[in-house]
Design a protein around this ligand. Sequence first.
Ligand code: AMP
Length: 489
Amino acid sequence: MTSSFSNLSLAEPLARAVAEMGYESMTPIQAQAIPVVLTGKDVMGAAQTGTGKTAAFSLPLLQRLLKHESSSTSPARHPVRALVLLPTRELADQVAQQIALYAKYTKLRSTVVFGGMDMKPQTLELKKGVEVLVATPGRLLDHIEAKNAVLNQVEYVVLDEADRMLDIGFLPDLQRILSYLPKQRTTLLFSATFSPEIKRLAGSYLQDPITIEVARPNETASTVEQHFYSANDDDKRHAIHQVLKSRGIKQAFIFVNSKLGCARLARSLEREGLKTAALHGDKSQDERLKALDAFKQGAVDLLVCTDVAARGLDIKDVPAVFNFDVPFNAEDYVHRIGRTGRAGASGLAVTLVSGSDARLVADIEKLLKKKIDIEALEYDEDRPHGRLNDGRRAWRESGDAAPRDAAPRERDRERREPREPREYRGFRPAVVSRDPFFDKPYESSERDAAPAWEAATRSPARSSVSANIKPKRKVAALFKAAQPETSAT
Ligand code: AMP
């Protein structure tokens, strides 16, 4: 398979746009997906933001739509032919900008609609007619209800960041949107993981899809200084305070493995005087965007997030990333720390390793093909002093699991005395995880969460969905309802 764009026989206006972007060769997802999408087949692609997947689906899609190019000003000559759905307005905006660049020498029109903005300018654009519509599900439904968007001539639908959409609880909205589309169409689904929910979605809406998987990069940037510190669970927050203080770090991402842990940690750090926001799948889109904006504006110092919630966030350069929990999936380690040290800037990645993390650290070693040294962190002060005192009071008030007050003196002494970094010896069979959780194969870091559709039916009122939208049917029933459509497409 060639990796040069010139061998694709892209139409001249598209090839010109690509050349202007300065792309020299195709990324792996492009090399695999573009030829398949050009044939009109359905695709189920495993790829994340940053792999070049936008061009992977939009270039062939634009190429196939060129037959509909029209110079007419009549809106009727510019019906929506391709619909691209994304979970957040940031991602929708990013993708729409890229599509506009690829289509700039064609007569095809594109626009983007997402929530949190006045509907009127979006309505005007839609009424003029567009071939490619990029949208977030909630706002698109608003426009459908208001009859601003007519989707009966859609030939392509792209479900981008599909796992994120399910995680946020967009499944019922997706079901509704897909029910407005012609059954004869090409459906492209992109997701970072192929969880059971994603497979079920694909089973319902994709027709004999070609599966394309692109390995995630397993290299970490040389500009990121990586440390693995030994820390018991009840020392980890102290470790965060220590690193922030000693390094003079103002802002950081803190990754955790579960939604519950995310909310809890954010609450505790906030009580300890750090401006903190949590970003996880149970937060509404509105809450997440607010947290993100606050972080970007410096009103929030620490963003505590789960892997799924953080994916695709367009935050260019975070000074430090903490892994409060060692990720279950070694590839997530690479992805997490890729948020710092971008574009040549230096970054710091700190992973807090407790006694039961040996196997997970060994997995990271294997992936990075590098030996990992577990270091002892030196603390300026003992945990019971300073701001943490407030936190300890807060713990008691909140009823959260209290830190072990009677921390063995030996441990405190050990902490004060500098030690040589301990060499980490990789996988040690003697360390037996007592939690059966670790024995299960990895699916997704949030797989213990209730299925997105259950969560969605439990909390029907979401700010991103218009009040005009009728009450939603149970999604299990919708999945069933979707079956005839699958067989008919
Ligand atoms: P995406 O994964 O689609 O969000 O793309 C990530 C970034 O990679 C975007 O800024 C693209 O402009 C850029 N990009 C996409 N394809 C290529 C390519 N073949 N060569 C170089 N950069 C690319």
